[in-house]
Design a protein around this ligand. Structure first.
Ligand code: APR
Length: 231
């Protein structure tokens, strides 16, 4: 099977009702990154940060995968599909994608502030008093600005190995995630689905459409190509 990597961002979840970050009605219009999305913010005002993620966790739990998430799950019948997402919601998994790498963490997990490998599933609200088994406070399992992106090397290797790279719903403004595209092989087919595409010099075939329309269209074309190759 050919390998297909889908690099997704907040735009793929927009039609599921979840805010993006940098659109006019985005999260960073209502919140300052330095107040809710840095380790310093968590040290300074943990309740504000915990409340921010509690609200996002509730909204993500209430959201449903849309046609774009579902189309990528369907694609697994014809390609070896690896999702690399900047999103912290679990809509790809709930749509049926079996290989999902979260570059920036996951809303439905918390981890110990004393041991970053002590990660636990968490579906409800976090309270500041919630602790690990040794009594250390917990924190959202999210990569905050200024923190390392532990899965970046693994993600880069996946893009290097891809025959097809799809970029869906990301402004490609946040590094190192945005640099992943540069790992695409010169012989790889690269597609970008975004209603307001910002190529940043990227070599890609652009579908200037919303994800729920553009991704099923692209997936349909890829499935037809796979069927032709299978004869
Ligand atoms: N379908 C497809 N794309 C869409 C849609 C849609 N319905 N609506 C908006 N978009 C596009 C926008 O045009 C934009 O290019 O999605 C992109 C959203 O960009 P951002 O809001 O910057 O989100 P993202 O690229 O995922 O942000 C990256 O920044 O704040 C950090 O950690 C956070 O993971 C996040 C990272």
């Amino acid at each position: 099977m050919k390998k297909c990597v889908a690099l997704t961002g907040a735009g793929i979840s927009a039609e599921s009702g979840l805010q993006t970050f940098r659109d006019s009605d985005g999260l960073w219009e209502g919140w300052r990154i330095e107040d809710v999305c840095t380790p310093e913010a968590f040290a300074r005002q943990p309740q504000v940060v915990i409340d921010f993620y509690n609200e996002r966790r509730r909204k993500a739990a209430a959201a449903e995968p849309n046609a774009a998430h579902k189309a990528l799950a369907e694609l697994e019948k014809y390609y070896d599909v690896q999702i690399i997402t900047q999103n912290v919601d679990n809509l790809h998994e709930r749509a049926g994608s079996s290989k999902v790498l979260h570059l920036h963490g996951e809303l439905d997990k918390l981890r110990s502030t004393a041991d970053e490998t002590d990660i636990m599933p968490w579906n409800g609200d976090q309270k500041p008093s919630d602790c690990d088994r040794y009594g250390n406070p917990l924190r959202p399992h999210i990569v905050w600005f200024g923190e390392a992106v532990p899965l970046m090397d693994k993600a880069a290797r996946m893009v290097c190995g891809a025959d097809i790279v799809m970029v869906v719903g990301t402004s490609l403004q946040v590094y190192p995630a945005a640099s992943l595209l540069h790992y695409a092989r010169s012989d790889a087919s690269v597609y970008l689905v975004d209603p307001k595409p910002n190529l940043n010099g990227v070599r890609a075939e652009v579908l200037a459409k919303k994800a729920a329309e553009g991704v099923p269209q692209l997936v349909g074309e890829l499935i037809a190509a796979a069927r032709r190759e299978q004869g």
